[in-house]
Design a binder for this molecule. Structure first.
Ligand code: HEC
Length: 289
């Protein structure tokens, strides 16, 4: 048995448990469905897509997320709602509902022709068990393609909810600079999955508004931690900021400006904020100009 196979068996042995159902938090209560029930209710699809982790085209079996969303949440408001996907390890992805309309995604349960349902985390140097359910997106691969369009591919999915809007508590003030606002949008996509801010967000890392350590460090340290956490803390469990994303340094700087902006809020904390979609629109219009 080679090393990889050994770890695979170890992982499946440990992970096998209550992860054989997904909880759908619908307006009429929580529905728990296992694979058999999903197969009864939704058409099973075969989807070939480029997987950035393994750098291969892979074929998955699964169910269309767009179908699932419209069957459980017929009142979804694509402009403002978020789909919240929580995983068994505490990772929580917040994905704009409209993304499921404009891009095809699937809840996958198997790699076709393969009994192992795993992927590789190159930065943490480990094999990841995806089971039972993994969210995949239909991506085509072209060399030099715009990698910022990478979507969330959360594995080991525990529950799916729709939330109306992200809380004001994590948003910049209406008077914030464009850089801070860009930092917010990047944080929601890259960091909120693992970190809470003022109690809202994923559960893998510390709440960054409560954690005092980073606030004592300078911006150089903060940007280095985001860029390559293992270079400052060899035991870090944090993923590094996507390596091949465009304008990487600018994004990292904007995130650190945004974090300083939030920690610097005083009485103005209670001021109103833009809707997430309004903020996106304001920034996009400026880019186009
Ligand atoms: C996969 C989960 C994960 C993601 C994604 C993630 N982090 Fe972390 N982060 C952690 C964990 C876990 C820690 C605790 C220390 C460690 O393991 O590095 C941490 C620690 C930190 C710290 C140090 C906290 C302190 O006070 O010592 C900062 C700052 C930080 N993260 C910022 C970010 C930012 C900004 C992003 C997005 C670009 C991000 N993290 C993305 C998991 C994550």
């Amino acid at each position: 048995m080679n090393k990889l196979t050994f770890f695979f068996f170890l992982f499946t042995a440990l992970a096998y448990g209550n992860d054989d159902v997904i909880e759908f938090h619908t307006p009429i209560g929580v529905k728990k469905l296992n694979l058999e029930q999903l197969q009864k209710q939704f058409v099973e699809r075969e989807v070939s897509t480029y997987n950035l982790d393994t750098k291969r085209i892979e074929t998955f079996l699964g169910f269309s997320m767009d179908n699932i969303i419209h069957s459980f949440w017929s009142d979804v408001k694509e402009a403002n709602n978020f789909v919240q996907i929580e995983c068994h390890d505490g990772y929580i992805a917040y994905i704009e509902a409209k993304k499921f309309r404009t891009n095809r995604s699937y809840i996958a349960y198997k790699l076709k022709g393969n009994d192992n349902f795993v992927t590789i985390d190159g930065y943490q140097k480990k094999i990841v068990d995806l089971g039972r359910f993994y969210l995949v997106w239909k991506e085509s691969y072209k060399k030099g393609a715009d990698t910022r369009r990478r979507h969330h591919w959360p594995w080991s999915i525990k529950s799916i909810k729709i939330i109306n809007e992200l809380p004001d508590d994590i948003k910049p003030l209406k008077t914030a600079s464009d850089d801070v606002n860009w930092g917010y949008l990047n944080f929601v996509k890259q960091c909120l999955t693992c970190h809470k801010l003022n109690g809202f967000g994923g559960e893998i890392g510390p709440d960054l508004m409560l954690s005092e350590n980073w606030k004592k460090q300078d911006d150089k340290w903060l940007m280095q931690y985001i860029s390559d956490p293992k270079s400052l803390n060899k035991d870090s469990k944090m993923s590094r900021f996507p390596k091949y994303i465009d304008i990487r340094e600018v994004r990292i700087r904007n995130i650190s400006l945004y974090l300083r902006h939030l920690t610097g809020l005083g009485e103005d904390k209670k001021e109103g904020r833009f809707l997430h979609s309004e903020l996106e629109k304001i920034l996009e219009q400026k880019v186009q100009r």
